[in-house]
Design a binder for this molecule. Structure first.
Ligand code: 13P
Ligand code: SF4
Length: 314
């Protein structure tokens, strides 16, 4: 890290000084590189990070996550400066749902309540009745009157899982997470045959056949809590590999095995390339330059705030 070594301070020390001088807070998702998680003031799942962003007193929020998460932070706390170390850190789910096409679907089904997973753009949120995350999706769906038909977007895997859990009929947008669709059911079953006492834990963005054999399904925080509270000692983990850092720290004596991907073992399919665009150097640069910043039109923030607020109230 050239800029930093001149002063003989470690990157972590440089970031810490900048953070204190500028009254900034670093919020990081569990899928970030370990060195970023370690320097963060708070690490959490999407819902926890949104709550932290909404209540922070810091002047600057550095969001070590992906674009839709930083946007949500800005919408929830518009007077703060929200920085994202790499503006290209997107999400395959958010990209799968362009506003024009989504408007066409809405126009076709005007009587439907629109529930969107938080992994979508601010424009899509603004077109929604209520937002949800993987940790509260079931509760959000159950809050909708039984006589109301539902459109759920953009994740068809989470949507299908919710249909099964709640018994509600829902029209699903055809989006998916590239990371969670990369797991191989055949290889997973082979692995399970070798570790028959292992518990399989999966994020609900995973495909149906993976969820069918999972012993626990939940958000990143839910998975961490399950592993901590379980009396089992071996777990096969079907979500982005970054979570293993915090998980192994939480349960140092337990065995954690990443679920195998469809491609051969040399690929980094279970790593989210978008999440991994953020690096310590980029985090330092963005804090120093106060850029790249998330900037959204006032009217868009207002419209997107309503369905997020509704979720928070639930
Ligand atoms: P969580 O809300 O469970 O942290 O999930 C976020 C995400 O992007 C999963 O791929
Ligand atoms: Fe999006 Fe999947 Fe990456 Fe999560 S893991 S940010 S859903 S692409």
């Amino acid at each position: 890290m050239s800029v930093l070594t001149e002063n003989k301070l470690s990157p972590q020390e440089e970031i810490s000084i900048l953070k204190n001088t500028k009254n900034a807070v670093i919020l990081a998702h569990y899928y970030q590189e370990p060195e970023i998680q370690e320097i963060a003031d708070f690490v959490g799942d999407s819902l926890e990070l949104a709550k932290k962003a909404a209540t922070t007193n810091a002047d600057i929020i550095v969001f070590a996550g992906v674009h839709f998460m930083a946007e949500t932070a800005k919408i929830l706390n518009p007077s703060k400066k929200v920085l994202l170390p790499d503006l290209n850190a997107g999400c395959s789910l958010a990209e799968s749902c362009p506003p024009e096409a989504f408007q066409q679907l809405k126009d076709k089904y005007p009587d439907h309540v629109v529930v969107t997973y938080i992994n979508c753009s601010a424009e899509i949120k603004a077109m929604s009745d209520v937002v949800c995350t993987s940790s509260n999706a079931e509760r959000v769906i159950n809050s909708i009157p039984l006589d109301k038909p539902i459109i759920f977007a953009p994740d068809k895997n989470l949507g299908r899982y919710l249909i099964e859990k709640t018994g509600r009929k829902m029209l699903l947008w055809d989006g998916a997470c590239i990371v969670h669709e990369a797991f191989s059911i055949d290889k997973l079953l082979e692995l399970y045959a070798k570790y028959p006492s292992a518990k399989i834990i999966a994020h609900p963005e995973s495909e149906e056949h993976i969820l069918k054999i999972a012993n626990y399904i939940g958000s990143t925080s839910g998975m961490l809590n399950f592993v901590k509270s379980s009396d089992q000692d071996t777990f096969i983990v079907a979500t982005e590999a970054g979570i293993l850092h915090q998980m192994q720290m939480d349960v140092p004596d337990k065995t954690l095995i990443p679920a195998p991907a469809k491609e051969d073992n040399s690929c980094a399919c279970s790593e989210c390339a978008f999440m991994k665009m953020n690096t310590l150097q980029k985090l330092y640069n963005c804090l120093k330059d106060e850029s790249p910043e998330i900037v959204l039109a006032e009217s868009l923030m207002k419209a997107a705030h309503r369905p997020i607020k509704r979720m928070m109230e639930l």
